[in-house]
Write a protein that binds this ligand. Structure first.
Ligand code: DX5
Ligand code: ZN
Length: 235
């Protein structure tokens, strides 16, 4: 399976994507390997520019190093930057699999989605908690992934904003089987079941995984959310 297929060919599986923002940066390769060995499906890279969000994190160089160390892994890059267009080529060259940018900075996002795909990546569209879901509905079919932010982006470890699940419920019926619906922010064993129930199929989690002493148990408890819902007869 190619690194792009992890997202597009997931079928009805719920995928777990550790956000490496909460990893130990001094041991990044080992941290990534450990989460993958513990059952993670892909890695989520939070790129921040100090303008769109009040924080600075990582860039294409880290992505390129991870691609070299982990040739087959799906690298899901989340651009929290004011001008995502200028980073399409650098991240494509760095081996990114998926490139997600925000509707708040690209209100007419179809052209950029095409450029992302032409560069060999899948394209994602993200929406912040205060932004109305109507801004993304016209564009959903143009993307491989829709990312519903469940915190105001910038930092890991914030509390989940449950109101955003209504957006997931609106978007889900519009998606084709190969499109993914991702949630990011405050996802843990308590909030994951509610996300899955709302139609989410990619769970991004930073502190719930890297803040745990046992990555396998942490990832399993996110996935267990699905089993719990199944038993409850909701799916
Ligand atoms: C938020 C980032 C998230 C963040 C999630 O700005 O986009 O990926 O790292 O962190 P947790 O899971 O701790 O809320
Ligand atoms: Zn993110």
């Amino acid at each position: 399976m190619s690194s792009l297929d992890v997202l597009t060919k997931a079928g009805s599986r719920v995928l777990v994507a550790p956000s490496i923002l909460s990893a130990d940066f001094a041991r990044m390769g080992d941290e990534c390997r450990a989460t993958l060995e513990a059952g993670a499906d892909l890695l989520h890279l939070d790129v921040m520019d100090g303008h769109f969000v009040p924080n600075l994190t990582m860039g294409p160089a880290l992505c390129a190093s991870l691609r070299k160390a982990l040739p087959d892994v799906c690298l899901d890059v989340h651009l929290m930057v004011a001008d995502p267009a200028k980073f399409i080529r650098p991240f494509a060259e760095a081996g990114a699999s998926n490139f997600t940018f925000h509707i708040e900075v690209v209100p007419q996002p179809d052209k950029l989605a095409k450029q992302v795909r032409a560069a060999g990546m899948t394209a994602g569209l993200a929406i912040n908690p205060p932004t109305d879901v109507s801004t993304i509905l016209p564009w959903v079919s143009e993307f491989d992934l829709i990312l519903i932010m469940s915190v105001n982006p910038g930092f890991s470890g914030q509390a989940f904003v449950p109101e955003v699940l209504e957006k997931a419920r609106r978007v889900k019926p519009l998606l084709r089987p190969e499109q993914r619906l991702e949630v990011d922010g405050g996802v843990n064993a308590t909030t994951a079941p509610r996300c899955i129930e709302a139609g989410i199929d990619v769970l991004v989690a930073a502190s719930a995984i890297f803040g745990s002493p046992d990555y396998r148990t942490a990832i399993r408890s996110l996935r267990a959310a699905r089993a719990a819902i199944g038993k409850g007869g909701n799916r």
